[in-house]
Design a protein around this ligand. Structure first.
Ligand SMILES: [Zn+2]
Ligand SMILES: [Zn+2]
Length: 270
């Protein structure tokens, strides 16, 4: 059991798929002895107005700020956002990020261009999954190159749905050339890589990314690694943190990273 309970990726009910309020999650966090957590509600940039993210983002920031004040001295609440497909509309993303004073911005890709979220797609086959994977990894690279975020989230996001919906098991190790390009770009732009534990609570049953990719990131000069439960329920905050810290240590990281005012702060894993 590691000592420092810090979770950099938590959703409230201001995410369409979140279940609990920021206040309720903070109460739970205090009881669990969590030192810090970042609320990072969804903002899907490609469907921003169509799916009312403008309102959700505003409400999220307001409620997170309230929780931050209410729990001052008890739980450090960091104000964040999970900006997905941010590089599809760079101008809009910049406007969103300028409007709020975030501590941390998580960058993710949940959907390919002009397509729906991988979690809503069906009809996965061996052939189209390979094509989706190559396109997805290309978009991660494009996002890393764009760089208007702090942490790259759940690097194997679609794989859990390939597995769940079609029993197709994709591993990043089969895409090492593409993976290296992404990791090198993250290093070049001083970005953090997230070890996301949501997969441990799903059928796929794995960290995202797995330890070999975390190790490769370290070998290529990666400095910043973060832990994210990606909790959508209060009871899931810090879930899988021991597995994640264990993988980081085994991959050669002695410190994990917390972001405050979009500045990385290194803390020892112990
Ligand atoms: Zn996500
Ligand atoms: Zn998330």
């Amino acid at each position: 059991m590691y000592q420092k309970l810090v979770d950099m990726h938590v959703h409230t009910d201001n995410s369409p798929d979140g279940h609990h309020s920021a206040m309720f999650i903070c109460e739970k966090a205090e009881l669990m002895g969590v030192r810090a957590l970042a609320f990072t509600d969804h903002c899907e940039v490609d469907v921003y107005l169509k799916e009312n993210y403008d309102r959700m983002v505003r409400q999220s920031f307001f409620e997170i700020s309230k929780a931050q004040s209410a729990f001052r001295g008890k739980v450090l609440v960091l104000r964040g956002i999970e900006l997905a497909q941010g590089h599809y509309d760079k101008h809009l993303s910049q406007n969103i990020l300028s409007a709020y004073d975030y501590d941390v911005v998580i960058g993710s890709v949940h959907a390919l261009r002009h397509m729906t979220d991988f979690c809503h797609l069906d009809g996965y086959t061996e052939e189209n999954v390979r094509e989706y994977t190559l396109k997805y990894l290309r978009e991660l690279y494009n996002m890393a190159k764009w760089g208007n975020f702090d942490i790259m989230a759940h690097m194997t996001y679609p794989f859990r749905y390939f597995y769940q919906k079609a029993g197709i098991d994709i591993r990043l190790s089969d895409y090492s050339e593409q993976v290296d390009e992404i990791l090198e770009m993250l290093v070049k732009n001083d970005k953090a890589l997230e070890v996301n534990t949501a997969g441990l609570r799903m059928e796929v049953g794995r960290l995202s990314p797995e330890i070999d990719t975390v190790r490769r990131f370290k070998q290529l000069g990666g400095k910043y690694i973060t832990f994210g439960s990606d909790a959508h329920f209060a009871e899931d905050i810090t879930a899988g943190i021991d597995e994640a810290y264990g993988a980081m240590l085994e991959a050669g990281f002695k410190e994990f990273t917390v972001f405050q005012k979009r500045t990385p702060i290194l803390m020892p894993i112990e």
